[in-house]
Design a protein around this ligand. Sequence first.
Ligand code: A3P
Ligand code: MG
Length: 398
Amino acid sequence: MDSTGTRKRSAEKIEVAEPQNKLPCSAPSLSTEPALYSGSFPFYRRPSELGCFSLDDKRQYYGDARALRYYSPPPTNGPSPNFDLRDGYTDRYQPRDEEIQERLDHLLRWLLEHRGQLEGGPGWLAGAIVTWRGHLTKLLTTPYERQEGWQLAASRFQGTLYLSEVETAAARAQRLARPPLLRELMYMGYKFEQYMCADKPGGSPDPSGEVNTNVAFCSVLRSRLGNHPLLFSGEVDCTDPQASSTQPPTCYVELKTSKEMHSPGQWRSFYRHKLLKWWAQSFLLGVPNVVAGFRNPEGFVCSFKTFPTMEMFEHVRNDRDGWNPSVCMNFCAAFLTFAQSTVIQDDPRLVHLFSWEPGHPVTVSVHQDGPYTFLPTWYVEAMAQDLSSPPKTPSPKD
Ligand code: A3P
Ligand code: MG
């Protein structure tokens, strides 16, 4: 927001923000009732990849694709797979330290290093929303979620709205008390990735190695939901060197594990609950296929199935207790509009905390300079320098 009270939303469009001293009569909130969001599917720009970064086995950042892995499933004409997902759990597992809250830091580092090269013109970022794909996934599934609430911290800085998840007290308590069986199940999801991916194109997976969940390859994408320009990043499991399009994100593959199913009732429940989460995660990033490995009670994957992201909804289209992509996307758009109109003041140390619990509307609280502040000083100072330093005059050699 500048001194005249106008907030630059994009190069072309300038919106007048509400005066800062005009407070609403009652605290604003946003309903999450699915029936309110069942209109037609909103505009969602095909996500395009702006860049990527990698995190190594010590969670160190690299501005390249070194952690990208290559989809390498067993041959379809060979024996059926027999992947032991428990192998290595006790002796070859380096789990990431979940106590370390990274917030948006890695994405902000990428943004700082590429802010001068963003497509869409110099004003584009000022009108955009910057966040993780995982946070948007939670928004998409909110109208159908009955168990886990969330909190999203929001700050406006140089026009841009940044959204960063805050772990709820309940989620933290659950994480700290995670039962051993659930810990092992988490490992098994990562172990499946190791069975299905090679480090080099044309290479073979090496399941004898360690599973280190610090390692990550993240794609950074641009999209738009309704009139909300988006810049977000998401972790990508692998790329398919054989995919018909070699262009990201359409060459990417999402890997998942799930329990083997034996009855129509089990499949129905899978379509209603798990497929919704898989769809939301992959649709946002433009990943065309999710490859599921089905594990038996002993923890072995003996079969796969590919679920094309764009066909997932078909499994619940005629199910009264199913989910609807329009509801997910319309709710997300409504939340972004709500956040954009609530967070007016441009101040990187001011946080509007959006909180949601199942069965309730989304509510907001305001926090200045407190523990919720998430935009790091190194980011704020470097971005502020851009505005204060005079434009570079080309030297005769340029
Ligand atoms: P599965 O989903 O196959 O079980 P992702 O699929 O998003 O790439 O995540 C890889 C694995 O991380 C998951 O594999 C799961 O084991 C673990 N994981 C991801 N998100 C999780 C969550 N919210 N709770 C527990 N485990 C999670
Ligand atoms: Mg996965």
